[in-house]
Design a protein around this ligand. Structure first.
Ligand SMILES: [Zn+2]
Length: 116
C-alpha cells in the first residue's frame, strides 16, 4: 500500500486532520478554531486570519482535545480560563458522535452577547 493515497485529481477537497482523533476529513466537516489576539475562538466561517486548528463538531473530540491540551499544542498558545469556559460552553451545544448526529450540524450557539 502506498503511504500517500491522494484523492483522484479531478475533485479537490482539502483535507484537514481533527486534532483530537487524528482522522482526516474534508475541511467542511470539521470546526475551525483560530488563535486571535484575544484568545482562542471558534471560526465557523473558516476564514479568519490566524493560526487555525480543526476538530470534529462532536463532544467526544472536544472533550478529549480540551483534556489533553491538544488545542494548546496545535495553536501553540495557552488557553486562558476564559477560553476554556467558552470552548466548554460550545462543547455543550455539540452532539455526541455516538448518537445519531443531526443532519444539519451542531446546534447554533444562540445570540452571544457582544464581548465588551
Ligand atoms: Zn475528531
Amino acid at each position: 500500500m502506498p503511504r500517500k493515497m491522494h484523492s483522484p485529481r479531478r475533485k479537490h477537497v482539502p483535507q484537514r486532520t481533527c486534532i483530537a482523533c487524528r482522522q482526516a476529513e474534508g475541511k467542511r466537516s470539521l470546526t475551525r478554531l483560530v488563535r486571535t489576539e484575544t484568545g482562542v475562538e471558534i471560526d465557523p466561517s473558516g476564514k479568519r486570519a490566524g493560526r487555525g486548528a480543526y476538530i470534529h463538531p462532536y463532544r467526544e473530540c472536544w472533550d478529549s482535545a480540551l483534556r489533553s491540551n491538544r488545542i494548546e499544542q496545535a495553536l501553540r498558545t495557552k488557553l486562558s480560563q476564559d477560553d476554556r469556559l467558552r470552548l466548554a460552553a460550545y462543547m455543550d451545544t455539540l452532539p455526541s458522535a455516538v448518537q445519531d448526529a443531526p443532519e444539519d450540524g451542531p446546534a447554533e450557539i444562540g445570540n452571544s452577547a457582544p464581548a465588551n
